[in-house]
Design a protein around this ligand. Structure first.
Ligand code: TA6
Length: 291
């Protein structure tokens, strides 16, 4: 089967691209260049998507892979600006839709400054997201400084991973890393594999190059490039109940592992230079791992 790349929209006009090839299927909203569905053949869907998620102009989708840019978290000086920056609510332009081969499809979406972005962040930039949809999922956020002065960005590929049961999840690759606990506003050392038994909102520094999400008989590997920080987030019960676009028990079936440039890992981009933040995700079942 050749790659199918189909432009679609919901009844309210919300536009997305549907991709199918020999190895996987995916759906990417043009708003935010937001991948909100990815499933490799013979594997469970990789990404969690809230059944209450908005698919509306100007509202971020709860789930999938929101793109946090040009700032991660709350804006440092202006609380009126949206958390995680404007990238996920801006319309991105599809500039490449290509079949690499029958197993891999490449989509590139681009964001350039406009009156809205300049009002929030007074810099000229060019951002594009390259996604390769195949048995492996790769996402690379490229940001180039088109201005006459350097700028600082903090970013994240804010990936919501689907899990069968949050209580059985084990996250490997963060042991012996320091992390900032956003709930306690304090830094701690992670001594062993991460388990999620309560609300977790942490920025890990200098994580291993490969993070493994283990649960029952499946294993997901997340490899980063251009990042020295990994965010781990689960809203747990109260925060899930407080979010309109999240089911009350949504926390049981998701965990965010976010390849990022967060906090001290923010990046200075000099004039005409670029920064690339990349995440490559693969899945295997443990039986395959033991062979
Ligand atoms: O993932 C880390 C985090 O910054 C959490 O503090 C939480 O706010 C989460 O992002 C979701 O943010 P959002 O703006 O998408 O509701």
């Amino acid at each position: 089967m050749h790659s199918l790349i189909i432009r679609k929209h919901y009844d309210n006009g919300f536009e997305y691209i549907e991709i199918k090839n020999n190895q996987a299927e995916a759906k990417i909203a043009l708003q935010g260049a937001h991948l909100f569905h990815y499933k490799a053949i013979d594997k469970p869907a990789l990404l969690w998507l809230s059944k209450l998620a908005y698919f509306e102009k100007g509202k971020a989708i709860r789930g999938g892979v929101p793109i946090c840019f040009p700032w991660f978290g709350k804006h440092k000086n202006n609380a009126s600006l949206a958390q995680h920056g404007f990238a996920r609510t801006q319309m991105w332009e599809v500039v490449i839709e290509e079949e690499i081969d029958v197993d891999n499809t490449h989509i590139r979406l681009e964001l350039k400054p406009n009156a809205d972005t300049l009002a929030q962040w007074p810099y000229l930039f060019e951002a594009h997201l390259d996604m390769i949809i195949g048995a492996t999922l790769s996402m690379a956020l490229h940001v180039t400084n088109k201005d006459t002065k350097p700028f600082v960005i903090s970013t994240a590929l804010h990936t919501y991973f689907a899990v069968e049961d949050i209580h059985t999840v084990l996250i490997k690759g963060l042991e012996n890393c320091l992390y900032f606990d956003a709930l306690k506003a304090e830094t701690f050392m992670q001594h062993k594999d991460v388990q999620i038994q309560e609300e977790v909102d942490r920025v890990y520094s200098n994580p291993s190059k490969t993070i493994t999400l283990l649960q029952n008989d499946t294993s997901v590997q997340l490899q980063e490039e251009g990042s020295s920080s990994l965010v781990v987030w689960n809203p747990w019960i109260e925060k899930s109940q407080a979010m309109v676009d999240m089911p009350d028990d949504g926390y049981k079936r998701m965990v965010c592992l976010e390849t990022s440039n967060a906090r001290d890992d923010a990046r200075i981009v000099k004039v005409n230079e670029s920064h690339v933040l990349k995440a490559t995700i693969s899945q295997c079942n443990k039986k395959m791992m033991t062979n």
